[in-house]
Design a protein. Structure first.
Length: 277
């Protein structure tokens, strides 16, 4: 079987005019390598234009963002990060929403730990957007005071590179600096969808994370879910009922895929594995 696959690879390579090594797998032509290098350099350039922001370790720990380091407190977030990445690659997903049934379930904590964790995987480029426009909190979690917010970008008032910050060489965060009274109108506009498409085309991230409002307390989440490939639902073990999880899962599935349900704030987990909630 391997010899047959090698022969087929040689035949395809000869047909396409590419050199073939003895191992049977065709090498990239000089032109393809040059094009690939140019694309990488172009992407590095646009990412490098985003200013760097370095939150303090104390602030990160106060906000329960533990995944920036390979510590026991961040183990569960590391597991979630790996499972999510594998699922996204398997389904060819790029955009993931993170939501919950009600406020206080830990969706923003989850989103911030995911972006921090992906910072330890330099081969994966990840972006986080604070789309909880009524109650934005990502900036507070990282101790930032942005002059401009995501709303300014979506409304075309500010270029993205002047609003976003780079947490690591491979992670970018677009924060929201002030609450918006009626976000559903903005998130429903075609301009919002076009802006996200443009950002994805320019920055070419492997993953785009969106911290959304809770499903059962706002309508803008439904307006935005159609713009993502899948959603993670965060449930607080002490406050979210099974009926609420079922309701949210049904609601979300009407607009996009459900990537999974995360049980947060669980007090009955083995102390050797991370959380001490």
């Amino acid at each position: 079987m391997e010899k047959l696959q090698a022969a087929l690879a040689r035949a395809r390579a000869q047909r396409d005019g590419d050199p073939v090594p003895r191992g049977g797998r065709p090498e990239l032509s000089a032109r393809a390598k040059s094009r690939q290098t140019a694309q990488t350099e172009a992407r590095d350039g646009v990412w490098g234009a985003v200013p760097v922001f370095e939150p303090t370790t104390r602030r990160m720990h106060q906000s329960r963002i533990f995944a920036a380091d390979a510590s026991s407190e961040g183990t569960h977030f590391d597991i979630l990060r790996t499972k999510l990445l594998l699922e996204m690659r398997r389904n060819n997903w790029k955009r993931i929403a993170i939501t919950s049934a009600l406020a206080g379930s830990g969706k923003t904590t989850t989103a911030c730990n995911l972006i921090a964790g992906f910072g330890r995987q330099p081969e994966v480029r990840c972006m986080l957007f604070d789309v909880d426009l009524r109650r934005p909190s990502v900036a507070k979690f990282f101790g930032a005071s942005p002059e401009h917010g995501l709303v300014d970008v979506l409304e075309g008032k500010v270029p993205f590179e002047d609003q976003a910050v780079r947490l690591h060489p491979n992670t970018i965060i677009s924060m929201t600096n002030r609450p918006l009274r009626d976000p559903s109108q903005l998130l429903s506009k075609q301009q919002t969808a076009e802006t996200l498409d443009e950002l994805q085309e320019i920055y070419q991230p492997d993953i785009m994370l969106f911290d959304l409002p809770p499903v059962l307390v706002s309508d803008e989440t439904r307006a935005f879910l159609k713009l993502v490939d899948a959603a993670l639902i965060v449930a607080a073990s002490d406050t979210t009922s099974v009926a609420q999880v079922d309701e949210v899962e049904r609601e979300v599935s009407e607009y996009t895929n459900v990537a999974g349900v995360i049980l947060n704030k669980c007090r009955f987990m083995d102390e050797g594995y991370g959380y001490s909630y």
